[in-house]
Design a protein around this ligand. Sequence first.
Ligand code: ZN
Length: 431
Amino acid sequence: MVSGDTMNKKTNNSQKKVAWVLILVFLIISTSVGGFFWIKYEIDKKNNNNNNNNQQEIEKEKAREVKRVKLIDEASLLVSGYFYQEAIDLLKSDADIYNDKMKSEVKKIEDFVAQLKPYTGRIEQVFFHSLIVYPELAFGATSSEPQGYNYWMTTELEFQRMLPLLMERGYVLVHITDLYDVDAQGNVTAKDLYLPQGKRPLLISVDNVGYPESRKKDGFASRLIIDEKNEISAVIRNLEGKEIVSRTAEVFPIVDDFVKEHPEFSYRGAKGMVGITGSWGVMGYDPKIAAEAAEAKKIANRMKEMGWVFVSHSYTHAGGIYFSENSTIAGIKEDTELFKKWIVPIIGDSNVFIAPFGVTLKGDLYQYFIDEGYTFYLNVDRRSQPKILGKSVLMPRINLDGFVMNRDKEYITQNFFDVDKVYDSRRPVFQ
Ligand SMILES: [Zn+2]
């Protein structure tokens, strides 16, 4: 019995031990498994976060790349318009996207600029009058001066044909201020102009930008306006006598649109000079009527923003004591005072004088214009080059009109464009 009891006790003890071991084993296993799943859960969570972070980073980088491409495009447009430093500044403008690719774009421009040399060739200046839009009127039976128009005017078609040909020859519109510096004492010095190889500067001016009644009925524009796109358009009477707004009825919108399409045709936004003849009005507005003067001033200001420069083409545009071989100091003084009184308040001060009929005044008469602040005196001459004379520059200009295309065809073809590709066959026979 005793031994039986002992046996039983022993058996009980070993069963307890086994149970404990089992519990222990169970605990170990469950802790390990739990731990494993917990660790796995944590790792997965982290991976998920990482994935999300990576995804976000990829999206951000994509957005940066889009910005880079956009800036590089904008910079290359600036470069084609000769705005080199502006292009570099733009590429560097956003630190968040500035990477090696952007650095190499900047370097490309810097290298390009470093090899530019100052321009040393001829400086050409061409000029126009308001364009003949309807040759059937300008040269027709009711025209006030068909012969004069055939000599001294350019048709809209010819002007449109010239621009791409001038560009092909490497011409780039510049301003006088790109070519000369004038200091506070009025001393003039030639300035270095850095153009890419094969490019050459071209100054253009348009004379007598007023639209008298006779011109309006002869197929020319009637006035300039600021159109609904805040650009300068011309208003013209069409063949039915109805006024229409046109982008092609005058030099200004044609050049504006051409430069927009071909930024390489304009050095840093330069367009041309607008020669105002006071007694003809200002771009179709009467300077002596306050409301019209205010309108003309608004248009002039907008045109200045767009790269046009306003200059004096005299008040009277008359011969005799004003602008001829018989000019007198009293005559040119009277003219200049009238221009100052009526026109300067609209167009602002200018240091450029376009001489009526291209007359080159001499001695005291020439000096009078310098003393009046007109540093640049523009005459007409097809061969000579600008000359610094004391505190002034005498600048020759060439008229690209019917007269010159007939009388100096070879020279024009050699230096500007093939006249045969430009000449308007609707012109009457030249004689
Ligand atoms: Zn004139």
